[in-house]
Design a protein around this ligand. Structure first.
Ligand SMILES: [Zn+2]
Length: 224
């Protein structure tokens, strides 16, 4: 039997603030461009792994100098197996990854000369706008006391679609934004514009879904 729609919107709970914030920040990375996302998702973990390998190899070998010489293929690896791994990474992985990333950037630049997306024409993108850090997906809880349309949104999305389950609603709001920001439609936008447009579309789409029929959520429907 379906759960009845509660008559009033509950107050959001105060717990789990930091964890939810971290999750929001992590999911907001989808507003970044492809290469930046790749750096966050892949390159930073790889660099950390390499740093750990370097650290342990240097500890066994009594210094970073020898590891460096093996890594840069100046010396052949003798001794500890970690040195062999360092040599193999320096030989195969590093040139391939750097070459691949550089190739991508250069191809993009060359392509962009004649493929300027129409939404970027005649715009002025100042230094301040370039340096502004990427935005974060909104926390829904302040919407409870926000503008009229924000209150109407949480009333529909949290009360009607999620039966006052704030945590689930927040999770599905983030999932919806994260996934729509990864679609082709938003691919050419810069990180601020991507987040802004995806949010505006989500506010309409999720509210319409919540108020249609018996009150449902697009993410809940897909996952059930
Ligand atoms: Zn849902």
């Amino acid at each position: 039997m379906p759960i009845p729609i509660p008559p009033h919107l509950d107050l959001p709970s105060k717990t789990g603030g930091r964890k939810v914030r971290l999750r929001r920040v992590f999911r907001s990375r989808k507003a970044l461009r492809g290469l930046t996302q790749w750096v966050v998702d892949r390159a930073i973990p790889m660099a950390l792994l390499l740093a750990a390998l370097w650290f342990f190899a240097a500890r066994y070998d009594g210094g970073g100098g020898e590891v460096y010489r093996v890594f840069t293929l100046l010396d052949k690896p003798v001794g500890h197996p970690l040195l062999w791994i360092a040599s193999a990474i320096g030989w195969v992985a590093v040139p391939a990854i750097i070459g691949g990333a550089a190739g991508h950037v250069i191809t993009q630049r060359i392509d962009r000369v004649k493929k300027q997306p129409s939404n970027r024409l005649f715009r002025r993108r100042g230094l301040k706008q370039r340096l502004t850090p990427p935005g974060v997906i909104d926390d829904l809880r302040p919407y409870r006391y926000g503008t009229g349309s924000q209150q109407a949104f949480v009333d529909a999305f949290v009360r009607v679609a999620h039966r006052n389950d704030w945590q689930r609603a927040q999770d599905h709001w983030e999932v919806y934004l994260r996934d729509t920001m990864s679609t082709q439609q938003y691919a050419d936008l810069d990180r601020h514009e991507c987040l802004r447009q995806a949010r505006n579309v989500a506010l309409i789409a999720l509210r319409v879904a919540a108020l249609s029929g018996n009150g449902h959520c697009i993410v809940c429907d897909r996952r059930s």
